[in-house]
Structures are given as C-alpha cells and as structure tokens.
Write a protein that binds this ligand. Structure first.
Ligand code: LLP
Length: 445
C-alpha cells in the first residue's frame, strides 16, 4: 500500500501543525519554544518525516526480489543520522573519508556501504578496504589501477561497481546534472569494454559486481530513469555476451526531487521506487537477463522535507524603491543553495502562522557580506523584526554544505521524535572557530 502522503510532495514535515497560539508545531513541539531553548538559527530535523520517506522507498521496492536503499550521505550526515538509518536497515552511499568514518563510528554495517567519488584518495580507498566489505564505485580507469594495487597490498579483494555516464539528462539545474556526456563523473560508455578487459586481466584483487549511474538531482520526471536503466541493461547484455560476465548489482543512483514550493510536483517516493523496480524488471526480462540486486541512492528525498531552519528576524529596511528587506540571523553560510543554484524556498512566520499574507512581498535576506545572500527574494509574509521565521525543505544540502563564512559558527541541529527534541549537532562557538588556528611564534612578539 502506498503511504497516504509522500513526504517529498509536501513542503512541510509530515508531523507539522499549528497550535492554538498560532505557532508552528513540529513533532508535537512548539517551534517558538524550540527557538527559545536552543537559540537561532536552528536546523530542526523531524524524525517522523525521515522514517516515512525511508518506509515509502522500502514499500515501493518491496515487490522486487532483492533491493537495498542506499541513503546518499552527502545530503545530510552526522552520527545520529547514521544510527537512525542503521536501525532502519538501509545502506549508505558515502563520498569521502569523513562520511565513511562517521558511518563506521556509528557501527554502520560495512557491507551496506558504497564508496563513491570521482577522485578518491589512496587513504580513502584503503579506509574502505580495511573497514570490510565496503563496495567501491570506480569512476575512472586510473582509479581502477589504484584500487587494485591497494587491494593487493592489503591482501584484500575489492568489490567494485563501475560508474557509467549514460548520456541522459534530467530536468534540473545545470550544476546538479551529472549524467550528461561531458560529466566529470564516471566512464564514457565507449570506455566500458577497455576497462572491463583491464579488470579481467588483473588478478583476483578486483571483482566487478555491478554497474552504476546517477543522472542528476532534484529531478521530477521518470523518463530519464527509464532511458538510463535501458542503457545499463544493454551493458549487462554486452558484458555477458563478450566476456561471459554475469553482474549481480545495478545501482540507478538517486535524484528524486522534493517540493520546495507549491508549483513543484515531484513524483511521490513510493511511485518512483515502484516505477524503478518495475522498469528494471521489464528491461532485464526483455533481455532475458536474471534480475540483479537493485540499489537506489536517494538523499534529498529522505532528508530534505524533514528539515526546517528557524531564524530570528532582525532589522527591517525599506528602500526608496519600495523594496523591503527583512534580515535573518543566518543566511548563505547555513543555506548556500539560493546563492549557488538560485534555489527557491517557502517560509512562514512560526510565531504567527495565521497572519494574513500581505499584497506586497518582502525579501528575506541573510546576514552575510554578500549582496546575493538572499534566502527568499519575494516572500509574501507580514513579518516584522523579532518574528521567528521558518524556512522549509532545508534538511538536505544545508548542514552538509554549510560554511563558516564571515567567521560565524554553524547552527545547532536538533532531532525531533515522539515529542522530544535532542541535539544531534552542537552549535559552533567562537572558540570552535579558533580551534584549528595556529600562530607562528614570531607573530606573537
Ligand atoms: N548518488 C550519487 C552518485 C550522487 O552524486 C548524488 C547526489 C546522489 C546519489 C543523491 O542525489 P539526491 O537524491 O540527493 O538528489 N548540492 C546540490 C545537490 C548535489 C547532488 C550531488 N549528488 C543541491 O543542493 O541541490
């Protein structure tokens, strides 16, 4: 049965409501109290929404004989997120030694971790092989040689997938497209055979178990996935016919979008996952191939809608042109997506949710020294200084892309579950900002 409402099609977390004081409530907790208790800016993550998204993926894949959801850690990762996902029994896609270390520290089962990246370091490959049966998604021929030599040194066998560029483009921002022919990620289809020949010529240090592709992110349409799956299925056929190779895994990447605004219409998670499973089934059956293990790698659609950022509104400024700015106590350092991708968000006044919308918009601008630091260009909110502003859909690619620009500390992150709010990432203090600084003796004189 599909879940009633897919988290990725809603702007607000599943558990949000408005209480009789007119305050925004998430996970049974009044956001005005949360801001009081934990300070602002504050990243709030709703566990109910994460759990519903994971359940929808699992449910959508349930008719397929063998599948695994790999959460793309790049969207939002910390120890608690790893523990939560481990308890849900799903896998993890990591792209750095830092993400892998976080997963290992949270006792994440190594066999369910896949290491990605277009320029993995020797240290990261070593770390993956030492951690156990972490699969490595190989991005280039030279990386293949490096993986083989490290595996040999360690006396281990590397289980790898090859990342292919399918030449398919989804409907999204140019910076987050990855499957097009000039992508920096993956191998060109024409390089598949030479690389496979090389794998076969290597000793048992490397075992090729599957193929991977990821076409891009914040994608709403399904057709590009059908094309990509068919291309990968053709590769399975070719590798079997030419080399007698029977690969056991297909990884179709992530990329399903979320609703940031009313006009965003992403495919619901359950339908996306069911559609992928059905298309892989028919594509492989048409080619008389056995069904491989199916992997999907969602990031944004699991973490995105679960996250809300709470800001305190500071000064308000009206320019002679009529443009009105309301300044937030955060901005591009905690959410670099508007300035980077022109990403659009939806906001609300968390302490006055029932306030009528004005006819003219105001601009919600960040506190950072950059003109482009605008979180929402045109927000139809009757917000004033001192109000608590909630920006929705900030659970993915905010904490993970945050910076210390202007030497500000990153916000705290709390997880809401069963009426409780718990800190999962501490707020950075000014002393945290000094922690890595060193002063050469000569400058102290
Ligand atoms: N798998 C691979 C190999 C990826 O490169 C990505 C995202 C994913 C899975 C997860 O994609 P998702 O389900 O989250 O769309 N910083 C950008 C997004 C970059 C996505 C990079 N790769 C943003 O803020 O929109």
């Amino acid at each position: 049965m599909p879940p009633v409402e897919s988290p990725n099609t809603k702007i607000r977390p599943s558990s949000s409501s408005i209480n009789d004081k007119g305050h925004l409530v998430i996970g049974g907790l009044d956001t005005v109290d949360l801001a009081e208790q934990f300070g602002t800016p504050l990243w709030v993550m709703d566990e109910t929404t994460i759990t519903a998204a994971v359940a929808a993926y699992k449910e959508g894949l349930s008719a397929y004989p063998d599948s695994l959801v790999l959460y793309a850690g790049k969207a939002f990762l910390c120890l608690s997120m790893c523990h939560l996902l481990r308890r849900h029994g799903i896998g993890l896609d990591v792209v750095s030694g830092g993400e892998l270390h976080t997963a290992c520290q949270a006792s994440f089962p190594a066999e369910n971790i896949y290491l990605h990246g277009n320029n993995k370091s020797e240290g990261e490959i070593r770390q993956a092989l030492i951690a156990g049966n972490v699969k490595i998604v190989v991005d280039s021929e030279s990386e293949l040689s490096l993986v083989a030599s490290i595996a040999r040194q360690l006396g281990r066998r590397a289980r790898i997938l090859l990342r292919l560029i399918p030449g398919v483009e989804p409907d999204t921002h140019q910076h987050i497209v990855t499957g097009h022919e000039e992508s920096k990620f993956g191998l060109a289809l024409t390089d598949l055979f030479p690389v496979v020949r090389k794998i076969i010529s290597l000793d048992s240090a490397v075992e090729l178990i599957g193929l991977h592709s990821h076409i891009g992110s914040q994608s709403h349409a399904m057709e590009p996935y059908w094309q990509m799956i068919d291309i990968l299925a053709d590769c399975f056929v070719d590798l079997q016919a030419s080399f007698g190779l029977r690969l056991s895994q297909i990884d179709v990447g992530g990329g399903l979008g979320i609703a940031y605004n009313d006009n965003d219409r992403p495919t619901p998670i359950y339908e996306w996952a069911k559609g992928i499973a059905e298309h892989v089934t028919s594509s492989f059956q048409q080619r008389c191939l056995p069904l491989p293990k199916l992997l999907v790698e969602p990031g944004r659609s699991i973490a995105g809608t679960a996250g809300v950022t709470l800001y305190r509104a500071g000064h308000k400024k009206r320019l002679p042109s009529g443009l009105t700015y309301l300044f937030l106590d955060g901005g591009m350092a905690d959410n670099p997506r508007p300035i980077t991708y022109d990403a659009r968000y939806t906001a609300a006044i968390a302490n006055r949710m029932n306030a009528p919308a004005p006819l003219t918009p105001l601009s919600l601008a960040g506190r950072y020294c950059e003109s482009g630091d605008i979180i929402i260009k045109e927000a139809f909110l009757s917000a004033e200084s001192g109000d608590l502003i909630a920006v929705f859909g900030t659970g993915a690619y905010n904490l993970s892309m945050a910076s210390n620009y202007n030497r500000t500390g990153r916000p705290a992150c709390i997880l809401l579950s069963a009426g409780k709010a718990e800190i999962i990432v501490e707020r950075e203090t000014v002393d945290d900002l000094l922690r890595q600084d060193r002063v050469p003796e000569r400058l102290l004189r």
